[in-house]
Design a protein around this ligand. Structure first.
Ligand code: SIN
Length: 314
């Protein structure tokens, strides 16, 4: 066992990753300097902030509120520099020699088609379509509506050869896992990112007697460790339904080797780190990766591929 070579290298949608822990879209990945920092770190990929047609910047607030070290609520409102800027950034990020992942969150089908088409012609390796942002006033999450999801996926068919994935909201019922899996398989989605924040939670300050977040009367996305078991359930539910045809990024409460390992057991191919990166620094990627190697060794696995999905039932 001692001489067994252990690797956390992995493959997502046919793209090779030197290890399996990277940043999650939304956390310190909006500006070129932040993306370069991720490039210089041990993150196995560079995931860019979800982009829209035009730059979005809000001056109102508060839009985030920490719940101790365990997580936060946020209503960032898709603040980003606009997709054309991220297309340009992707060229500057090639030198880091790791996969680059674009994320799109268009406000309409046409916007998503325009952005995905542009990223298909760019130097990114994977394109994630975010259908789960809960923080746009007056808009519900496309991922909770299978008719809207199907219309979007139909429009995104055949726009290019780069693998396309979906960033999914958390689901809480097998009927939703069934219907979404059916669409994912029917429209040849190559990977899913599972899960986005839990949308529309309400944190109340009891002493001030008011909400802690300004937009949407305080309803916001819950992030961090609170998500861990909901994320595990969603990863497992999709792993069980997607017949090994779709890669899975596990995200939600990944903070150390144990929380990473349980997501691999549930069926993830790679992991994204949000809150622990937000509250820590870029060393988090190698720390989690090394601890994960320890967990693989402890259980006698030599690779992510060997451990993936190997959850036991009592
Ligand atoms: C935001 O920008 O509000 C968060 C993005 C997301 O939840 O997808």
């Amino acid at each position: 066992m001692k001489d067994k070579k252990i690797t956390t290298a992995t493959t997502v949608a046919g793209v090779k990753f030197d290890s399996c822990v990277c940043n999650a879209s939304g956390v310190k990945c909006t500006t070129l300097e932040e993306l370069r920092e991720i490039g210089r770190s041990d993150s196995c990929a560079i995931v860019m902030k979800s982009s829209t047609m035009e730059e979005i910047h809000w001056d109102d607030g508060p839009r985030s509120y920490y719940l101790g070290e365990h997580g936060m609520v946020q209503s960032n409102g898709l603040q980003n520099l606009g997709y054309e800027t991220y297309v340009a950034f992707s060229k500057k990020l090639i030198k880091y020699g790791k996969p680059i992942i674009a994320s799109v969150a268009g406000s309409s089908i046409d916007a998503n088609v325009t952005m995905v088409t542009a990223y298909q012609k760019s130097t990114v390796d994977l394109i994630e379509v975010n259908i789960s942002c809960p923080n746009i006033p007056g808009k519900s999450q496309v991922g909770y509506d299978s008719k809207q999801t199907e219309e979007l996926l139909f429009a995104l068919l055949n726009l290019g050869c780069k693998p396309m994935g979906l960033k999914l909201p958390p689901y809480f019922d097998p009927a939703h896992w069934d219907s979404m899996s059916e669409l994912i398989l029917r429209y040849n989605i190559s990977f899913i990112t599972c899960i986005n924040s839990i949308g529309n939670v309400l944190v109340i300050d009891p002493w001030e007697r008011r909400t802690v977040i300004k937009p949407k009367k305080g309803y916001a996305g819950l992030c961090g460790e609170w998500l861990e078991y909901i994320a595990n359930a969603n990863i497992r539910a999709f792993y069980d339904r997607l017949e090994g045809k779709v890669s899975i990024f596990g995200v939600g409460g990944v903070k150390d080797g144990i929380s990473a390992f349980t997501k691999i057991l549930a069926g993830a191919d790679a992991l994204q780190v949000g809150n622990a990166f937000r509250q820590g620094d870029h060393k988090i990627f190698s720390t989690i990766d090394q601890q994960l190697e320890g967990m693989l060794e402890f259980h006698g696995f030599s690779s992510i591929q060997e451990a993936k999905g190997q959850l036991l039932y009592i």
